[in-house]
Design a protein around this ligand. Structure first.
Ligand SMILES: *Cc1c(COP(=O)(O)O)cnc(C)c1O
Length: 376
């Protein structure tokens, strides 16, 4: 190699074998064995395009057509589906195609940052429904109604659940409000689709969004977008020049690995959402156990999602008197094979119980216990 600086790029490693991962971003995106196989098989660039006749979602081999037009709509409870580069791209597609510059959108105060940047890129004016604040941070969807009457938004969006507290707001009620006011309703299910049962039609939404790499056991970046038939002509409209090419997808979205891993994991994902009750019980049990140690769980209680946010003032006190500061916690956990709290945080942090077994979570609880007594 001529340029020695480049050498490290050819030797990339990630030491993640046999660790317990609690990182909310990653617990729902861990690949199945089927997806790992597909990842290698289809790793070459443009690998899904062997038999493409001009439109990605009509490719029969691999069976993208069946996946997009049959399996996904059934799974999402919608009439029309598409695959996208991620949840944020799906949000932007909808906003960009429905709204005009300067239109308003009403969103919940727990919205993800990508909702804001997508809206800004589309030139929208964002109005927020505030949460109840500390410690529950809940969203009362009834508060959308006066704001809809005041601002006449082009669309409304609900984060279900949000990525900070894992709160699950009353989407069905908001679906009724949206229908009464005839305003398109986007359900952002980046932390729902692929983890828990969620059905667009039952909730009365116009659009549902999922994230493949967040919650559907995929390499990504990829996402799914479901909608009512009436929006197909708007959001998935084709180029006047190229009648096969959706404008909002710039003609073609997932050109290889992302869509193949999404499909390879899909049979497993369809099954795992049926285990959701056990996932919730596991999260609640974990929350109870660490609250016994003095942690305070923020967000809804009892909790109804694997994403948990804890305030841990005693860990914060320790961080103030140790050399590593907040990093002591990260280091202590990592030494025990536990990964996923944001490095440097000790006062409050998020974690997800989705990928860990109860046995592993018991070990996590015991580890917190021993860290507390070590520094106590
Ligand atoms: C992670 C997340 C996103 C972004 O998902 P991408 O697929 O990476 O774009 C959007 N919204 C919420 C609520 C999220 O948690």
């Amino acid at each position: 190699m001529k340029d020695k600086r480049l050498q490290k790029l050819g030797e990339l490693h990630r030491k993640h074998k046999d660790i317990i991962t609690l990182m909310p971003l990653q617990t729902g995106g861990l690949l199945t064995e089927a997806a790992k196989k597909a990842l290698i098989e289809f790793g070459d660039g443009y690998s899904v395009c062997d038999f493409c006749a001009g439109n990605l979602s009509n490719i029969a081999n691999p069976p993208i057509r069946e996946f997009v037009h049959e399996f996904l709509p059934e799974f999402l409870g919608c009439e029309v589906a598409a695959v996208t580069h991620g949840a944020r791209e799906a949000k932007f597609m909808i906003m960009h195609s429905l709204a005009r510059l300067g239109d308003s959108i009403i969103v919940d105060g727990n919205r993800h940052y990508t909702t804001i940047v997508a809206a800004q890129r589309a030139g929208l004016n964002v109005v927020e429904v505030p949460s109840s604040g500390y410690p529950g941070f809940t969203i009362d969807v009834n508060e959308y109604e006066p704001l809809i009457e005041k601002h006449h938004p082009r669309m409304i969006l609900l984060t279900y659940p949000d990525g900070n507290y894992g709160n699950i707001p009353d989407a069905k009620r908001l679906g009724e409000i949206a229908q009464n006011h005839d305003v398109p309703f986007i359900l952002n299910g980046a932390y729902a689709v692929g983890r828990m049962p969620v059905n667009m039609d039952e909730l009365g939404a116009d659009f549902i969004i999922g994230s493949g790499h967040k919650s559907m056991a995929s390499a990504g970046p990829c996402g799914v977008l479901g909608m009512k038939k009436r929006w197909e002509e708007v959001v998935l409209r084709k180029s006047e020049t190229y009648s096969n090419k959706e404008l909002e997808l710039l003609g073609c979205a997932l050109r290889g690995v992302p869509v193949v891993t999404l499909m390879a994991s899909f049979p497993y994902v369809v099954e795992r959402v049926h285990d959701w009750d056990e996932q919730v019980l596991k999260a609640q049990w974990f929350s109870d156990e660490v609250e016994k140690l003095g942690f305070k769980q923020l967000g809804e209680k009892p909790h109804r999602h694997d994403l948990l946010h804890f305030e841990t003032l005693m860990l914060y006190e320790i961080s103030k008197r140790v050399r590593e500061r907040g990093y002591f916690l990260y280091k202590e956990l990592k030494d025990r094979g536990i990964w996923g709290l944001q490095p440097g945080l000790a006062r409050a942090f998020k974690l997800s119980t989705f990928a860990a077994s109860r046995e592993q979570l018991s070990f996590v609880v015991d580890s917190f216990k021993s860290i507390l007594s070590k520094y106590g």
